[in-house]
Design a protein around this ligand. Structure first.
Ligand code: ES4
Ligand code: ZN
Length: 319
């Protein structure tokens, strides 16, 4: 499936394929607690978001040097290009690296080695979105924002990810105010495992311009009406929702109902190495399982550009 599209919900650490994990571990003289790539793939049977996150954070241990981050991003960009991606807004989780003694500079400079050449090498324009881990404290998020200040020329915005339930958006009010003051764009994961109220909070308290996942808005018709009225984009990740059991089977995914309701939905891959596919695979899977026709698929691809940061760049510059 190679409709031109933008990918707006992609954790770069979630693109770490088992083969690259073993290669980086070997290069860094580090032993992974799995015999081989087959055994590691077998660990990719998740019960929920937390059981996925445990493995996701464990495997990051192989990412140590700038070159590791560059190799990770290059591998993603090559796969994304093959699936029609022309623009990618890429999340990264600095706190998960800072906690292991890997500096902000190593992460950003490393990713930028790949992203800086992405247009010429892969035909993909890119932006970086720095995510705060919501299960860490607001103080830690604020320190992370501080540590990012020397790199803001390469960071377009901030996001909020990791374990959602019990960590409502309001916890990060001051951090998002500070980010807005620095001219950063704002998005947040909300309504993946957490309740619809977290979506409302992310909009009203954090001032986000896009909701990552947002699936559970469907439990609240008034919220759906608001999201439609305000044209708030939702970055859905269908294969992720199945693997993390937000939905039982893909055939029951609410995407068709969400499109019918008039929501500005996009389809993305989230953590493609872990969830069984890149963005084109997600498009293919929803076409098959949900019977979406060509017109719907084209709408989703078009939405991905409308929902991207590119769309409002001109307006922002004029302000
Ligand atoms: C994530 Cl699927 C998902 N949800 C929340 N946080 C994440 N970090 C990486 N993938
Ligand atoms: Zn995500």
């Amino acid at each position: 499936m190679s409709l031109p599209k933008a990918e707006l919900h992609l954790h770069i650490e979630g693109t770490l394929e088992p083969e690259l994990a073993f290669a980086l571990a070997a290069r860094n003289g580090f032993a992974l607690p799995y015999a081989d790539t087959d055994e590691l793939r077998k660990a990719y049977l998740f019960e929920d978001l937390q059981s996925f996150l445990n493995l996701y954070y464990e495997l990051m241990a192989v990412l140590r040097t700038e070159q590791d981050f560059a190799d990770l991003a290059n591998a993603y960009l090559a796969r994304a290009a093959a699936q029609g991606v022309r623009h990618a807004e890429i999340f990264f989780d600095p706190q998960a690296h800072l906690a292991r003694g890997v500096s902000m500079g190593t992460v950003v400079d490393g990713l930028w080695r790949a992203l800086g050449e992405s247009e010429s090498a892969h035909g993909i324009s890119t932006q970086l979105i720095m995510c705060f881990l919501r299960d860490e404290s607001a103080e830690s998020a604020m320190e992370t924002l501080e540590a990012a200040k020397p790199y803001l020329d390469r960071i377009a915005g901030v996001g909020l990810d990791s374990a959602e339930v019990g960590h409502p958006p309001v916890k990060f009010r001051e951090v998002y105010e500070a980010a807005a003051g620095l001219g950063l764009r704002r998005v947040a994961h909300a309504g993946e495992e957490g309740p619809p109220e977290y979506i409302t909070e992310a909009l009203d308290i954090l001032g986000v311009e896009r909701i990552d996942h947002g699936l559970r808005c469907m439990e609240d018709p008034e919220l759906v009406a608001r999201l439609v009225r305000e044209r708030v984009p939702l970055t859905l990740c269908p294969l992720s929702n199945v693997r993390l059991r937000a939905v039982d089977v893909l055939a029951e995914h609410p995407l068709p109902a969400m499109l019918d309701a008039g929501l500005l939905c996009t389809v993305n891959s989230d953590d493609p190495a872990y969830f069984g596919g890149y963005v084109g695979d997600n498009f293919g899977a929803v076409r098959e399982a949900l019977g979406l026709g060509e017109e719907r698929l084209r709408e989703l691809a078009r939405n991905s550009f409308l929902a991207s940061f590119l769309e409002h760049d001109e307006e922002r510059r004029a302000r």
